[in-house]
Ligand binder design. Structure first.
Ligand SMILES: [Zn+2]
Ligand SMILES: [Zn+2]
Length: 261
């Protein structure tokens, strides 16, 4: 029997990272699945980028911040970025065509134990420093929450978006960048007018993941070359804190040094 986990209320941290942009994270998730979501306020529409694991209740946590029709963009269909989509049935749910079937299918995650991973994956995670005997959380969002009952539901997207499309909030507009490598349909949202990149897992200031199923190192090399030339002011990544252009170029160059042939 696992020990009783403490209740963490609030489950999410919500912090303003710049005017009209909020970073939401789940501090009680293991770092393997502790992703960032971002809420971006727009003149006519609000934008939510990813929805976390779907363990705590994200909708009420953001209720005071969302007051316009909502667009929910899925940077990619990994569980820690789309597990919470089910609470946003009223939103326009956008995803790249190469991730759409994964989004429609329930996520493979079943319960919140590391024991659900196959032995090879557990060995890889252990080698990377994860405590694979434990749980993916060190707390629960409410009394009586059953970690074994956790599932990630399949979600039907309302619109497919790809390279060259735009996500228009009225007062600001993001271009969709297809940034494959971490996953086939990973996308970023690029506001060229103010240099903001919402990058998902294409780039963040941490260990990048390019050996899991669906990852593609040559594609990732192409993505990093492209990012290195993008005139960003700030990058809000799918994990870890945000960073500026100099750091982005350094991360991209480090990647290219290790992976480029
Ligand atoms: Zn991912
Ligand atoms: Zn991620």
């Amino acid at each position: 029997m696992p020990a009783m986990l403490p209740v963490a209320d609030p489950w999410f941290t919500v912090e303003a990272v710049e005017p009209g942009v909020y970073r939401i994270t789940e501090p009680h998730c293991d770092r393997l699945v502790r992703a960032n979501c971002f809420l971006v306020k727009g003149g006519e529409r609000d934008l939510l980028v990813d929805s976390g694991m779907g363990i705590g209740r994200l909708r009420p946590a953001l209720a005071a911040l969302i007051d316009r029709p909502l667009i929910l963009v899925t940077t990619h269909a990994h569980v820690d970025h789309r597990g919470g989509h089910g609470a946003f049935a009223d939103a326009a749910i956008l995803v790249h065509p190469a991730e759409a079937d994964d989004l429609r299918r329930p996520g493979r995650t079943s319960g919140l134990g590391f024991d659900q991973f196959d032995p090879a994956t557990r060995a890889e995670l252990a080698a990377a420093g994860f405590d694979v005997d434990g749980l993916l959380v060190d707390a629960v969002p409410e009394p009586g929450y059953d970690v074994a009952a956790y599932r990630c539901p399949g979600i039907e997207p309302t619109r497919l978006i790809e390279e060259g499309d735009a996500v228009d909030l009225g007062s600001r507009r993001f271009a969709v960048l297809h940034l494959p490598g971490h996953s086939p349909g990973s996308i970023g949202l690029w506001d060229a007018a103010d240099g903001t990149l919402l990058a998902g897992d294409a780039i963040y200031d941490g260990v990048l993941v390019d050996t899991i199923p669906g990852a593609d190192i040559p594609a990732y090399v192409g993505t990093m070359r492209r990012l290195a030339g993008l005139p960003v002011r700030v990058v809000h990544g799918g994990h870890k804190p945000s960073f500026g252009r100099e750091r982005m170029v350094a991360i991209a160059q480090d990647y290219l040094r290790t992976r480029e042939k």
